[in-house]
Design a protein around this ligand. Structure first.
Ligand SMILES: Cc1ncc(COP(=O)(O)O)c(C=O)c1O
Length: 411
């Protein structure tokens, strides 16, 4: 490392003609630096990625990235898009009363776009905030309306259902927005059905950040009367990053025209009506998507469907239970006390000085996990447990965490 640093320094000094280095040496040095900076060399420092996303997709999913890149305005692409639509809608439980669109971008783009299409400065919104991404949701919304009530709950807890329902019951909210699975703390709200029913009863729209829940959790979009749910390709759907997937109810789509009469401007890239028009008319997306990531996403959805969607949910549930059970036995304390609300896509543990441990795991063992976010930064370790990740790898990592933290592990 020191050698590289010196080489860079000498290289820069000589490049700026501040020191004289013979051309031949400079040439060797240049080749060495180029070698060190190769993408393969940088990435291969990591053996195992156990962060809560982007996750490492299965090999057969990754392999599709190497397929020929075809035009995104071709019948073949339309066929891909059509099949993706069918497979994905089964995972989120959309039953012909809405539309799923794919946007080139990350999950945030989809959420931001939903707000851009339905929120005007008079819109009254309720945000349920259970952590970092709940705050992010309020931040996104605040770009469109200042009329927001944020219901903030202690980190690591899920709000009492009756408390949320009581807030909705006064009927003053046009929009209720929440994060289904709060990735920063590892809590999941598992009573969306009741929330959906009450929000719709009062004529509002339920918007859900499902970035780290779709795939890991049972979701019945139509039955639960959700109006918008957004996810990204890179988490529990086990594909590479690059796609934002937005599912909308017909009810919210039908109201788009009315919303737009009150909204000053909707950026073209975020205009959901344009995505829907292109999909319906041509089976395409309006702009160039990361075509090969679309293949990988398709492959992953196929894989999940072949595995069985219910079985895939069950895999996440059982695996999370086993991981928490093991960690507790070994002396790690889960951040979320009540097992009922613990996430099945990210396992979160209380670990003092966690950033140091995350660093050691990465540098010494080539394992990536995540520390806490925001105020919990140095207090938590978060392990991604999504997709087809093997449980044994997580258990071994837990042992390492315990050892590094100085606690005794019996295996
Ligand atoms: C719950 C949740 N919401 C939103 C995001 C942001 O998603 P993206 O990085 O795909 O934009 C994340 C990312 O980790 C997340 O976990």
């Amino acid at each position: 490392m020191l050698y590289i640093k010196y080489s860079v320094l000498i290289y820069l000094l000589s490049y700026n003609k501040l020191i004289l280095v013979p051309a031949k040496i400079r040439h060797i040095q240049n080749k060495y630096l180029v070698h060190c900076m190769r993408v393969e060399n940088i990435v291969s420092r990591i053996d195992l990625n156990l962060t809560p996303g982007p996750i490492e997709p299965p090999v057969d999913v990754k392999r599709t990235l190497l397929l020929k890149t075809i035009s995104h305005r071709s019948p073949e692409f339309t066929e891909l898009y059509h099949n993706i639509d069918k497979l994905y809608n089964k995972i989120v439980g959309l039953e012909h009363d809405g539309e799923t669109i794919i946007m080139p971008g990350s999950g945030t783009l989809g959420i931001d776009s939903v707000f851009a299409n339905i929120v005007s400065k008079d819109t009254k919104a309720l945000v349920i905030d259970t952590g970092f991404f709940g705050q992010r949701l309020a931040d996104l919304l605040s770009r469109y309306t200042r009329n927001i009530d944020v219901a903030k709950y202690p980190l690591g807890t899920v709000p009492d259902k009756n408390d949320i329902l009581a807030r909705i019951e006064n009927g003053e909210y046009d929009i209720v927005a929440l994060v289904h699975n709060e990735t920063s703390t590892g809590t999941t709200i598992r009573y969306l059905e009741e929330i959906g029913r009450r929000v719709r009863h009062h004529g509002g729209y339920l918007v859900i950040d499902g970035v780290s829940s779709v795939g890991a959790e049972e979701i019945y979009f139509s039955k639960w009367e959700i109006d918008a749910i957004v996810t990204g390709s890179q988490k529990a759907l086990a594909a590479p990053a690059g796609l934002s997937i937005v599912t909308l109810s017909n009810r919210i789509i039908d109201a788009f025209e009315e919303f737009r009469s009150k909204i000053d401007r909707i950026p073209y890239y975020m205009d959901l009506l344009e995505y829907i028009r292109c999909k319906r008319e041509y089976g395409w997306v309006p702009t160039t998507p990361p075509v090969n990531v679309v293949y990988a996403f398709y492959k992953s959805l196929e894989k999940i469907n072949n595995y069985g969607i219910q079985e895939y949910f069950e895999l996440h549930k059982k695996r999370a239970e086993e991981i928490y059970r093991y960690a507790v036995e070994k002396g790690l304390e889960p951040f979320v006390n009540n097992p009922k609300w613990r996430s099945r896509s990210v396992a979160v543990f209380k670990v003092e000085k966690s950033t140091r441990i995350v660093d050691i795991l990465r540098k010494t063992y080539g394992i990536q996990v995540s520390a806490g976010l925001g105020e919990l930064n140095n207090k938590l370790i978060r392990i991604g447990i999504m997709g087809f990740i093997e449980t044994t790898k997580v258990l071994k990592t837990i042992n390492l965490i315990i050892n590094i933290a100085g606690k005794k592990s019996s295996s």
